[in-house]
Design a protein. Sequence first.
Length: 165
Amino acid sequence: MSAPSTPDAVHVRLVKAGRTKIRYPAALLRDDGTHVVVRAAWASEGVRDFGFVQFAPGDVLTEHYWRDRWYAVKEVRTGDGTLKGWYCDITRPVVRGDDGDLLSEDLDLDLWVSPDGGEVIRLDEDEFADSGLVERDPAAAQAAVRALDGLELLARQGEFPALLS
C-alpha cells in the first residue's frame, strides 16, 4: 500500500503480538497532540458477524485514539449514517511511526457498546489470558485491565459518546 497522498490522510496500522494485523488508509480529522480522530471505511472485504453486530462493506468508522490512554474507540455507522455502536479496543497509547502511520497495539481485550448504551459486552478476555502479557509485561497487563474496567464503567454510566469529544 502506498503512502497517504495528502496531509489529511494517514494509514492506521493495528499490531497484535508484534505483527501487523491490518493496515488501512484513513482521513485524519483531528490531532490535538493527545487525541487523534480518523475516519475510515470498513477495511475488510466481507462481513464480520460478531453475533451482536455485523461490520460490513459500506460501514464507516470514526476512530478515536489517544496518546495517553490505553484504549481506542471506534464509532461504527452504516453508509447511510445509522449508528451501530462503539467498538472499543484495549491498546497501548497510540504512537505515530517513523513512516507516518498511526500505530495501535492491540492488547486482546475489547468492549462493545450498543447505540442506546443498553448492551455493554466485554470481549476476548480468554485471548488476553492466553496472550502471555501478564507474564511478559505485568504493568501493561494491569493498565489494560484498568482501561477495560474504566471504559465499561463509563459505558454503563451513559458516558458514550460524550467520552469522545
